[in-house]
Design a protein around this ligand. Structure first.
Ligand code: AHR
Length: 610
């Protein structure tokens, strides 16, 4: 394997090459990175109608002691549904009757930690409520407090801190009383006091994102942006402002309700917290099943311009002031937008696209716009800065797709491989095999990074209780998380963005099952050489590097290898480190060195230059 690191053949990889695609799928956001513990906090999951769907809220008591129903008496105008609880018993059972919420398949309550409860209550008569965190059957009490609600015809906002005295991973929040009468509830929220930077994100999941060193964050979907029907598509305007006033919506593609606590503002905040460029994918008037005629698209274009003013406008602009009121006076630097998702073939795509494109170009000339139409093999018939490229396929096909962009035009828009993954037959629930094919594909993207500007794996997250899409990069439940081999594979590319790329050539009888790429960092002392052995035989290679700006030093050089005894091996909660990169010293590191690649392995040689 020859690496030619001479400066005349070196090319800088775009700063933005590797990033993250975050979609609200598999409960990645609600019940995932967004730390809210109450599910359906506004009792609104059935939409703005009554009776609404209060799932997963449930009652403590029976038909003779309690009756609950939804009505439209909330104090919030955009989400008018509230829960009316009527206590029927004169002598209520010990512990009282009431309601409970198990969160998203159980709340993770941890000993010594503080949880902030906020809820809105109305009761015509004075009533004492007991608010508790308990085990899933209510038998173990982890935190409890009583709150006296004065009788009034108005709603009252109650806030309470609960400090847990025990740990239970599948807890619930319960609100009970012994007093006969009627109480209304709305917007019941329980957040851990400790979230990432105090911004509401689950710290350990954010750490895993940070470990990928993402250069961009594409959000909030995917199909989530489109909806099966336009009425269920993501609407940024409904997802900003005080959380209590957000209506929430039913994501009909992935089939679950979101309270939209993780809204447009929070996605922008997340980009900032990750140090990643935000890429806002907006609905372009097209869902899976209905479309807005281009003749009627103007209000949708105005809506998107407003979203950009919200992000970028000064604090005294109409929408910038709303952002400032939410706590971020400085603009968010949105430099990329995607006009729709996977909508290229749709009847009104091109017409709608041009309306959005022209309006955004005029208002924000620096914003790069991403078309849904693939230009990897033929030119676009419309202007674009980038085009979207999605691929989900089997491992052999993806391995061979490392050459996909070799012959793409160098003149048109750049490629954004915003969704790639091995799936179905040989993906398992995240197999080593899948990660090797993906790694090989990424070497091809590095090689073609003069035309490929960005790439992201998809989907990133899955809550283990709702694996709608398989496989995914990060698996979690209420309290645990692990990376699949596809996650770990990405960590071995995290130094690539902005590095210098150097051509490699492989001469071997095994070259059909090998893939490689080499980078150096000009201002640091490292050169990274990645080699994927997709085959089932060990492969011995002589590596020879020429043109390096300094000599290779064995001291400090390492080999990091991702492999396992079986190519279909996966990680799991019980064995999260079965397939993870293992680092060792590379004592024979030199410009010329002999290496043996394990069968089915991904090796990253980090050569110290001195
Ligand atoms: O990543 C899962 C889905 O795959 C995305 O929502 C969509 O863009 C693609 O079809």
């Amino acid at each position: 394997l020859k690496v030619d690191a001479s400066p005349q053949l070196a090319r800088q990889i775009p700063d933005t090459l590797f990033g993250i695609f975050f979609e609200e799928i598999n409960h990645a956001g609600a019940g995932g990175i967004w730390a809210e513990l109450v599910s359906n906090r506004g009792f609104e999951a059935g939409g703005p109608h009554t009776p609404s769907n209060i799932d997963p809220w449930s009652i403590i008591g029976d038909d003779s002691s309690i009756f609950v129903a939804t009505d439209r008496t909330s104090c919030f105008s955009r989400n008018t549904v509230a829960l009316r609880m009527e206590v029927l018993c004169d002598n209520c059972p010990a512990g009282g009757v009431g309601i409970y919420n198990p969160g998203f398949w159980g709340m993770n309550i941890e000993d010594g930690k503080t949880y902030n409860l906020v809820m809105y209550v109305k009761s015509p008569e004075t009533v004492e409520l007991t608010v508790s965190l308990t085990s899933s059957d209510g038998s173990q009490n982890l935190a409890s407090t009583t709150i006296l609600v004065s009788g009034a015809s108005n709603w009252t906002k109650l806030e309470q801190k609960l400090v847990a005295t025990g740990t239970n991973r599948t807890s619930r929040l319960q609100i009970t009383t012994n007093k006969k009468g009627v109480v209304w509830f709305d917007q019941v929220s329980l957040m851990p006091a400790d979230t990432y930077k105090g911004h509401g994100f689950r710290t350990e999941l954010i750490s895993m994102m940070l470990d990928l060193k993402p250069r961009f964050l594409r959000f909030p979907g995917g199909c989530f942006v489109e909806g099966e029907w336009l009425r269920n598509a993501f609407r940024w305007r409904e997802s900003i402002g005080p959380w209590e006033e957000r209506p929430g919506h039913f994501g009909d593609v992935w089939h679950y309700w979101t309270d939209d606590g993780l809204g447009y503002y929070e996605f922008l905040q997340l980009s900032e917290d990750l140090g990643a460029a935000p890429i806002w994918v907006f609905n372009n008037g097209i869902s899976h099943n209905d479309e807005v005629d281009t003749a009627a698209i103007a209000p949708f274009v105005k809506d998107v311009l407003d979203s950009l003013e919200f992000a970028r406008g000064s604090a005294d602009s109409t929408w910038g002031s709303v952002r400032a009121a939410m706590g971020h006076p400085e603009p968010f630097p949105v430099k990329y937008v995607a006009i729709g998702n996977e909508d290229c073939g749709k009847k009104f795509y091109r017409g709608n696209y041009l309306k959005f494109y022209n309006a955004i170009r005029e208002a924000y000339p620096d914003i790069q716009m991403i078309s849904n139409c693939d230009a990897s093999s033929r030119p676009l018939d419309h202007p674009a800065d980038l085009y979207d490229f999605h691929v989900y396929t089997d491992s052999k096909t993806l391995f061979s797709m490392k050459n996909t962009f070799d012959r793409s035009s160098r003149n048109g828009p750049k490629a954004f491989v915003s969704e790639y993954a091995v799936w179905r037959s040989d993906a398992g629930r995240g197999s080593l095999l899948a990660s090797l094919a993906e790694a090989a594909f990424l070497t091809g993207l590095e090689k073609n990074s003069d035309i490929v500007q960005m790439a992201s794996y998809a989907p990133l997250f899955v809550n283990n209780n709702d694996q709608t899409w398989n496989p995914d990069a990060i698996v979690f439940n209420s309290w645990q998380q692990y990376g699949t081999p596809s996650y770990w594979m990405q960590t071995l590319f995290r130094e690539s963005s902005g590095a210098m790329f150097h051509p490699t050539t492989i001469t071997s009888s095994y070259s059909g099952s090998l893939a490689a790429s080499a980078i150096t960092w000009q201002d640091s002392e490292n050169s990274y050489l990645r080699i994927i052995n997709f085959g089932s035989d060990p492969v011995s290679l002589t590596i020879s590097a020429t043109g390096l700006q300094a000599s290779v030093n064995a001291v400090g050089s390492t080999a990091t290898v991702l492999t396992s005894s079986n190519v279909m091996d996966e990680n799991s909660f019980s064995n999260p480190n079965k397939v993870v990169p293992v680092k060792s010293q590379l004592s024979n590191a030199a410009e010329q060195m002999q290496v043996t690649l394990a069968p089915h392995s991904f090796s990253s040689f980090d050569l110290a230059l001195a």
